[in-house]
Design a protein around this ligand. Structure first.
Ligand code: PHB
Length: 377
């Protein structure tokens, strides 16, 4: 595709991306007990034609995720492991942000890591998620009653420490995971946040936590901070009325943009987000890409979810977006940029069952680093 707008460089914060084809965070659960490995390094190096790689979610503290091998960024061994990967990605010519992740009420009290953490499962309010996954863990969704966080500043400090750690590991920046029903989104959403203090209730109060976390990350990384939002909701039992959604996200995005982050990434509705409870669809049916980008004046606008290269080119050339995140397309095509550049097909099928290795699977390389490069037939 000659003249593809996705192939143009882009300044984001203080760095220049060599193209606008970014790789979004994807949980792959291949960090043994949370520590980065050589296999992960190989996976990220393979994808270093990306203008920007955002890592899978990095847990900012020890938590009982249903992914026993999700990586962390809270201790020195994590920092050293990530530094090795970051250095290799830099050497291979790409830029890499760490995605900072706190599960909030989606953690599990009986997961070994949560027990080791010695703290309760936290949420903005003591309201259980009816969604969520319980891979190999006891109970069913709805069983985990979170404890309301007493003082949100303690958690904000943990995010800030994780950013300091990411900086020590040499990351180019951090992305705040404020999407998909995890902790920051739990504060934004009036079905999961029913606090009566200054962190709940009004739009301004529900937005306070995410904005304070973003501010703390910017104190560490300056402009080299991104934030990911999924206003259409629907995943992990979040989702508000259309009016509450528009009011909340319009305010949040406007205020976040005033803090001058590097980018704001907006995720549109997808099939992943169409959970139903008691017959009621949790996702809010509105066009995320039409509703919010015009509010963003300072940050770069990135769009995400099920975008094809053709659509991405169109968004960028029409000025609707500065860049595009691809997820599964990167997962299945390590040479995604080369394929887009040369008009080669994206014809590797997703090995869905190996997105996350099965329990007991010995060879984690399958469905991870073995997706083939394009071969002319
Ligand atoms: C998932 O567990 O399916 C998952 C994790 C993090 C996300 C989205 C989905 O942001």
């Amino acid at each position: 595709m000659a003249g593809n707008a996705l192939l143009q460089p882009l300044q984001v914060g203080t760095i220049v991306l060599k193209n606008r084809i970014a790789m979004s965070a994807m949980t792959r659960n291949r960090a043994p007990r949370g520590y980065p490995s050589n296999l992960m390094k190989e996976y990220y190096i393979q994808r270093s034609s990306a203008g920007l790689i955002v890592t899978e979610g990095l847990l900012i503290t020890r938590q009982g995720t249903d992914y026993p091998n999700a990586p962390g960024i809270w201790d020195e061994k994590h920092i050293a492991g990530w530094k090795d990967i970051v250095d290799a990605v830099h050497e291979a010519g790409s830029k890499i942000y760490a995605q900072l992740w706190h599960l909030g009420r989606l953690s599990h009290p009986e997961a070994p890591e949560q027990k080791l953490a010695g703290v309760p499962v936290y949420g903005p309010s003591a309201i259980a998620a009816r969604g969520g996954k319980f891979r190999g863990l006891p109970g069913t969704p709805g069983f985990v009653k979170p404890s309301a966080i007493e003082d949100p500043w303690t958690i904000i400090a943990q995010y800030k420490q994780a950013a300091v750690n990411a900086q020590k590991a040499g990351f180019d920046g951090v992305e705040l995971h404020a999407a998909n029903g995890y902790l920051v989104m739990q504060f934004l959403d009036n079905t999961s946040n029913q606090r009566t203090d200054k962190w709940g209730g009004s739009v301004e109060n529900r937005c306070r936590f995410g904005l304070e976390v973003l501010n703390a990350l910017i104190e560490v990384f300056g402009q080299d901070v991104g934030i990911k939002l999924s206003p259409a909701g629907g995943y992990n039992d979040v989702g508000m009325s259309l009016q509450d959604t528009l009011d909340t996200y319009s305010y949040f995005i406007t205020e976040a943009d005033k803090l001058n982050p590097g980018y704001i990434a907006l995720v549109r509705y997808s099939l992943m987000t169409n959970e139903r409870f008691d017959g009621v669809l949790r996702a809010t049916g509105h066009d995320v890409f039409e509703s919010y980008p015009h509010l963003i004046k300072n940050a770069r606008v990135f769009l995400n979810s099920g975008i094809s290269p053709e659509e991405g080119h169109q968004f960028v050339s029409e000025g609707k977006a500065d860049g595009v995140f691809f997820g599964f397309s990167w997962l299945t095509h390590p040479d995604l940029v080369g394929r887009i550049k040369r008009g080669h097909p994206l014809d590797n099928a997703l090995d869905f069952l190996r997105l996350i290795p099965e329990d007991g699977e010995q060879d984690w390389s399958k469905g991870y680093v073995d997706y083939p490069m394009y071969v002319q037939s």
